[in-house]
Every structure is written in C-alpha cells, then in structure tokens.
Ligand binder design. Structure first.
Ligand code: ADP
Ligand code: GN1
Ligand code: MG
Length: 372
C-alpha cells in the first residue's frame, strides 16, 4: 500500500457525490486495517454534513470490487428489512455513497481503492469495555445483525478473505512464520510459541464439527469486536453494526466468540500490564444473555453447546494471528510501537488461560440462558 498524503485523500473525497463544499478530511477511529477519515462538508445555509471516507486495505482485501459488491448487497437488504420493521435505515445500517460516476468505489491516481459511507452522527464506539451495559447492548446489536441476515442468500457472497476463521489454517500459517522466522524474533517469544503449540489440537474442534455437518454455515460478520458497533450517545443502545468487509459465510460461533475475546475483559486488547487483563465472567454473562435474547431462537443444540469453545478458539486464533504477524515483521495489523503485536498476543493468551480455568462456570452461564 502506498503512503497516504493530504492530496490523495482530497482527490478521493472529491470523487464522491458529497453534499456541499469539502472543508476537511481527518484521520478517524481506531481500526487495525483500513485508513479511515471523517470528511466535513458545508452545505448551502452553513449546516455541516459528515462522511466516513476509507481507503480499503488491499494487502488484506485482494478483491476490493467483490468486497464492495458484498457490502452493497448486504446493506441494501438490511435497509429494506429495517424499514419494513419501522426502523431508520440511515442509522441502523451503513449507507454507501456513490461516486460522481455512479460507482460504489473510487480508484485514486496511485491505484488505491476508496469508498464512502454516510456518517452516523450522535453515536460512539468503544475501544475497550467500560461497562457491562455497553457490552450487553453490543451483544443485542450483533444478535440482531445475525438474525436479520438469517435468510440472506449466502451463496451470493464472495469470500473476501479465504479461510478467515479457519483455525487449522491459521495454525499452519503460524508454523510457517515460525519456521521462517525472518526477523529473528522467535528467540524472544519462546513462551508464547509453546503456548500456541500446546493447543494445536484445539484448533481442529470447530472445523471438524463444520466438516461433519454438525454446525451450520450461516451469513456472519466475522469481526464482531466492540468498536464495530455504533452505540447511540443518548440511549446507549447498539444501533448499527459496521465494518462489513468480512461479511461472508461462517459459523455463528465465530461472531459470538470474537465479541467475547475482545470484550469480556476491562483491559484493552494491547494492554501491557497483564495483571489488568482478566477474563470477567460478569461480562461473559452480559454478552451471552444479550446475544441469546435476540439470536438464540435460531441456534441449534450443537451451536449452543459449543459457545464456550467459540469464545476460546476465537481468542486463541487472534493471539496466534498477532504472534504470526510479530514473527513476520508486522506486515498485517497496523502497529504503533515496536512490540505492539506481541503485547496484543499476550493479552489474548492470558484470556485463553483464564477461560480454561473457568470452563465449568462458562458452561453453567450458557445453560442458565438456554435451558428452558
Ligand atoms: P477498520 O476496518 O479499520 O476497523 P472501520 O470500518 O471499523 O475500519 O472504521 C473505523 C472506525 O470509524 C470505527 O470504529 C468507527 O468508530 C468509525 N466509523 C466507521 N464507519 C462509521 C459511520 N458510518 N459513521 C460513524 N462512524 C463510523
Ligand atoms: C482487525 O478491522 P478491525 O480493526 O475491526 C481484524 C480482525 C481482528 C482484529 C483484532 C480484516 O479488525 O480480524 O480480530 O483486527 N480484521 C481483519 O483487533 O483482519
Ligand atoms: Mg473496525
């Protein structure tokens, strides 16, 4: 990906059909993948209208046009359904803004791919969990997302990143990075490497159940961390699920599990003081309750039984991905300091250990909300 500068951001902003005169475009949000900007425009009469402008990370998403086709398909579908249910599609789902040439993406003069969304105002996102209530509210939003898309024709979706949550494949990629050790970093992280290697068997668990047909393939979001839900500033409700780049066929347990791995702790994903990183059963319970209240009815007994495994495997997978990127020289996730990926890996592995230590309690909480 080419370095980004003001000229190229403005070139991209001008390509889209924005209302009013562009005042500025500033970096926005804390995502690890795309380059995100908030664009402010001044409309006639002086009112301000904002947009989210993003350069799609094409190292990660190799086919940005297919990706945009997925997003337009899903957001149009959600918009219609939300309207039918009496909701507000402009707040409850993303709205893609076309270019002046009526396309859903723009290719800049350096070959970068851009897209623009309507900015959903009066909302916040959290980069870590501050309260049980916010986490519960995000669970209801992700549950609703899953439920609204339950009849979406999965076969029309492109797989934007093949094997995204295939934990067996993730483990193989980790082993490859370890064998290559191109930065000579493996010697610094023998404990983390051992932690991952000891759990290789676990990486087969959900994939085997999928292969044998015991777990159903659904349309899933696949990146359900807390800062991918816009929370209404006034009501605290989770109103809109964003970051739809990875919407594709997957397991419901991926969505449930990825939320738990990020949010069932009061610590940030990159907290360096591991004494602060604890898996909190009260947060696990809040999310489980909220998610099952909205999406529970469509789940099969195998899905329910494997909710704790979904949580553990998504956490293990993410830790392995951070470790793989650390070993490979930080080429995938954005990093802001030397050992950023390693710090992230350590928080994930600490959470995995905590989950293993309270497996019985996790199962009991799931039963509390599913045994009828
Ligand atoms: P990444 O893939 O890099 O995580 P996201 O699509 O999640 O990028 O966007 C990054 C951040 O920008 C989000 O966490 C959120 O705070 C903000 N954001 C994204 N889309 C919107 C939107 N339509 N309205 C308001 N804020 C948004
Ligand atoms: C990335 O795009 P963002 O920041 O929401 C990543 C997720 C990881 C997450 C870890 C496409 O999510 O898979 O779980 O970082 N997205 C992609 O924080 O790889
Ligand atoms: Mg995001």
């Amino acid at each position: 990906m080419k370095a980004i500068n003001k000229e190229i951001i403005m070139e991209a902003a001008r390509a889209f059909l924005l209302e009013g005169r562009i005042l500025n475009a500033r970096p926005y949000g804390g995502g690890h993948i795309n380059d995100t900007f908030a664009v402010e425009c001044e409309r006639e009469g002086g009112s301000i209208k904002r947009y989210i402008l993003q350069r799609i990370n094409t190292n990660v998403f190799r086919n940005p046009i297919q990706l945009m086709e997925n997003i337009v398909g899903v957001t149009n579908y959600l918009g219609k359904l939300i309207e039918k249910q009496g909701g507000d599609p402009m707040r409850e789902t993303l709205t893609v803004i076309p270019t002046r040439e009526d396309k859903n993406w723009y290719v800049d003069s350096q070959g970068g791919y851009w897209r623009t969304y309507h900015f959903i105002e009066d909302t916040v996102t959290y980069d870590k969990v501050e309260s049980k209530e916010d986490f519960y509210n995000s669970a209801r939003a992700f549950g609703r997302f899953q439920q609204l898309l339950s009849d979406y024709p999965a076969e029309t979706l492109y797989e934007t990143i093949p094997n995204f949550h295939n934990t067996v494949d993730r483990f193989a990629k980790f082993r490859e990075a370890l064998n290559r050790d191109i930065c000579g970093r493996a010697k610094n992280v023998s404990r983390e490497i051992a932690f991952a290697l000891e759990r290789e068997k676990d990486t087969h668990k959900l994939i085997d159940l999928l292969k044998s047909g015991k777990l159903p393939l659904r349309v899933t979001h696949n990146d359900t961390k807390l800062n991918n839900v816009l929370i209404d500033k006034e009501t605290g409700e989770g109103i809109c699920v964003i970051d739809l780049d990875t919407v594709m066929p997957g397991l419901s347990l991926y969505d449930y599990g990825d939320s738990i791995r990020f949010g069932a702790t009061y610590a940030a994903e990159d907290e360096q003081d591991l004494s602060k990183v604890n898996f909190e059963l009260e947060l696990f319970e809040a999310y489980t309750k909220g998610w099952l209240e909205v999406a529970g009815d469509v789940l099969t007994p195998y899905e329910i039984e494997n909710l704790p495994m979904g949580a553990k495997l998504m956490t293990l997978e993410c830790g392995i991905r951070f470790l793989t990127d650390y070993l490979s020289g930080d080429t995938y996730f954005k990093v802001h300091r030397e050992e950023h990926n390693l710090d992230r890996c350590r928080t994930q592995f600490k959470l995995v250990s905590d989950m293993e230590a309270c497996w019985g309690e996790m199962k009991a909480i799931v039963s509390k909300y599913t045994d009828k």
